[in-house]
Ligand binder design. Structure first.
Ligand code: SAM
Length: 292
């Protein structure tokens, strides 16, 4: 039995065998630490019946760990050059299926329908390419895929912003956008040294457990996110200023004041102090007043 793909020696052998050159533009930083990979997979709490969806398998280090625990693994890889390598490294695992696709273009719902059993326990597990972390995460969440959760290695700073609570300096529209769909927590911090090539930033594993019901009742999801974006438009400005400047216009000042009073939210507060429930209350009140 050959060594695990993730060992530094085997990774080097594979890269040399194929003369593989990393593409920075595709966020190619491969993991070469078996313990870290095991910890990532442990976060997903897979069972022998589970299915796993991976984005960006690289040369298959994480894929192999997933294959050892899951009933089936489907991986989306954008880089054509990796396909023959994966065919070789993952040949002991016939229940892994690699799809040559940009995940941002993929119809993931359809892939799930084609590849997995109806109602099968599914987890997304990935070491994401950092240049597209947020678009990939938002696509997976907004499409409301039938998955239990998402475990991803991402840039530490982005993980902290996603999992932040109201009042903290990292809290913003990204925290709310993700936490609307999932309960978020950072699971472990990972040093740069466990990757080849080493990235410039530290990484964290982010754990998202998808909600079965939205955490707040909304008249309009779209408008809720517009209110949030507007409220964080200029972080140093008050809610009142941001709502005037970025959402409703200066001429609506009296109406904005009335809505703030009705919802008992002080317009002198900053967006970063408002909880999701408060944003929901505010956006529902504005929506009723201005959009219906
Ligand atoms: N999973 C491997 C590991 O942990 O060693 C590689 C992770 S590497 C950070 C990111 C991988 O995502 C690369 O293999 C890259 O080619 C792939 N990738 C980049 N953009 C992608 C996209 N839009 N869709 C699918 N895969 C992508």
């Amino acid at each position: 039995m050959s060594k695990e793909i993730s060992t530094p020696v085997r990774t080097k052998e594979i890269l040399e065998k194929y003369g593989f050159k990393f593409k920075k533009s595709l966020g190619q930083n491969f993991l070469i630490d078996s313990n870290i990979l095991t910890k990532i997979v442990d976060q997903a709490k897979l069972t022998p019946e589970s299915g796993a969806i991976e984005i960006g398998p690289g040369i298959g280090a994480l894929t192999e760990k997933l294959a050892k625990q899951a009933n089936k693994v489907v991986a989306f890889e954008i880089d054509q050059r990796l396909l023959p390598i994966l065919e070789d490294t993952l040949s002991p695992y016939p229940h892994v299926n690699v799809r040559h696709t940009d995940v941002l273009e993929a119809n993931v719902h359809q892939v799930i329908e084609e590849e997995f059993e109806k109602g099968q326990d599914l987890m997304v597990v990935a070491n994401l390419p950092y240049y597209v972390t947020t678009p990939i995460l938002m696509k997976l969440l907004e499409e409301k895929l039938p998955v239990r959760g998402i475990v991803v290695m991402i840039q530490k700073e982005v993980a902290e912003r996603i999992a932040a609570s109201p009042g903290s300096k990292n809290y913003g529209s990204l925290s709310l956008a993700v936490q609307y769909y999932a309960e978020a927590r950072t699971a472990l911090t990972v040093p740069k040294t466990v990757f080849v090539p080493q990235p410039n930033v530290d990484s964290s594993v982010l754990h998202l457990e998808l909600r079965s019901e939205p955490p707040v009742d909304l008249h309009s999801e779209k408008y809720f996110f517009e209110v949030i974006r507007a409220s964080f438009g200029q972080r140093r400005k008050t809610l009142m200023n941001n709502l005037q400047n970025n959402l409703l216009g200066k001429d609506k000042k009296p109406a904005i004041e009335e809505v703030l009073e009705e919802t008992e939210i002080d317009g002198r507060r900053r967006g970063e102090t408002l909880s999701m429930e408060e944003f929901a209350k505010l956006s529902n009140a504005f929506y009723s007043r201005f959009n219906s």
